[in-house]
Design a protein around this ligand. Structure first.
Ligand SMILES: Cc1ncc(COP(=O)(O)O)c(C=O)c1O
Length: 379
């Protein structure tokens, strides 16, 4: 009976053109979040090999609060706090877990969270799990944020939290962090910035879109989440914040307490990636990424970001274009609702430093052909 119910639900998804299935990476990568090519960078591969050859442990074997707090975690958190100029940092196994833990632990009954309408599922789930009231603000609309902050201030006596993404994962646009911070200060709210797609890429040196904001204001009223599985090429989520926020998370965040600590090599690789980012080699990768962004912009227009949405609209049409591209040797995936708003199914084109201009030109030619064959229109 239950199985029938599930099968029917799957059938409904299929009929809507929304059934997802796993397909392995193939073709030239225009889809991953490995923006700097760090996931396979020879320096990082070497560092990983050295880690085990020098006797590094495989697993951490327990929660961080028990036996699982290893030297590699300590080293990374101290390094990250220093690098991101934060009073303290805390490492989680994934960015999803970090966001989920942060929202659900910090925002309590009697508080309110204002969140951007396009914020990631990890923050949404954390907000949903929190006992705080929540208010949705239209994407990057400062008037909508102010309206929501006013409503929240009238409705609750507790803390106000504002959750945004530094670079929006499906649209590639930045949050107006300076203006949001000013608003937050006016209403006594704390700004929580998810740097998943900003860290490693944005800011003067790659610390994220919040780099300048944090330099000016420190972490008073600001919390940053730096995920480590995208430009940093590894995995995990680093929360950077005041000492009291971090201590509070250690004591209350269920996603931190009730789980096995990240593998020590994971913490080690994140630290090596942060080190690599600061070398001339790391900064060269950033520059290459930026020139690839400029090259793609000449074809597709847009913001010149490393994430470029090619909005198709109809779900199945987006899938057909993605399939066409795969047959031409390019890996670019269709993103459908509920990940993106209804009617805005798209190809999420993402760039990385290791692409050549020839590959970008070839990709754009194939995309143009795909759109004219499938949609009857040129890209
Ligand atoms: C904006 C944003 N935040 C958080 C996450 C979760 O990070 P992780 O992949 O490390 O779990 C993602 C992943 O897709 C993301 O796009």
């Amino acid at each position: 009976m239950i199985m029938d119910h599930l099968k029917e639900a799957l059938m409904r998804l299929e009929n809507k053109g929304r059934l997802r299935s796993l397909s392995s990476a193939q073709g030239v990568d225009f889809t991953s979040n490995d923006y700097l090519g760090f996931a396979t960078h020879p320096e990082l591969v070497k560092a990983g090999e050295l880690f085990f050859s020098q006797g590094g442990a495989v697993g951490s074997a327990a929660s961080r609060l028990l036996h699982g707090y290893m030297d590699e975690h300590f080293q990374l958190e101290a390094y990250a706090a220093d690098y991101f100029e934060a009073p303290a940092s805390l490492f989680f196994s994934t960015g999803f877990q970090a966001n989920m833990a942060l929202m659900s632990a910090l925002a309590q009954r009697g508080d309110a969270i204002i969140f951007d309408s396009l914020i990631h599922a990890s923050s949404r789930d954390g907000i949903q799990a929190s006992l705080a009231k929540h208010y949705r603000a239209a994407h990057n609309d400062l008037n909508a944020y102010e309206e929501a902050l006013k409503k929240a201030r009238e409705a609750v006596k507790g803390q106000l939290w504002v959750a945004v993404e530094a670079v929006y994962s499906m649209d590639g646009d930045d949050a107006p962090l300076d203006e949001l911070y000013t608003l937050c200060q006016h209403y006594g709210a704390t700004l929580i910035i998810d740097e998943a797609h900003g860290v490693g890429v944005c800011g003067a040196t790659g610390k994220g879109v919040s780099e300048a904001l944090v330099k000016t204001h420190g972490y008073d009223g600001i919390i940053c989440v730096h995920t480590c599985g995208k430009a940093l090429g590894a995995a995990g989520g680093l929360v950077c914040a005041s000492k009291s926020v971090i201590e509070y998370l250690v004591n209350t965040a269920r996603g931190f307490i009730y789980t096995t600590a990240p593998m020590p090599i994971q913490a080690h690789m994140v630290r090596c990636a942060l080190e690599l980012l600061q070398t001339p080699q790391g900064q060269r990768q950033r520059q290459k990424l930026f020139s690839n962004c400029a090259a793609l912009k000449t074809h597709l227009g847009g913001l010149g970001s490393h994430i470029v949405p090619v909005v198709i609209g109809e779900d199945q049409c987006a899938v057909n274009i993605s399939d066409f591209m795969r047959d031409r040797g390019y890996d670019v995936r269709a993103i459908r609702p509920p990940t993106v708003p209804h009617g805005s199914a798209r190809l999420r084109v993402s760039l990385n430093a290791d692409l050549s201009v020839e590959e970008i030109n070839g990709f754009c030619d194939a995309l143009s052909e795909a759109r004219s064959v499938i949609e009857g229109k040129a890209a």
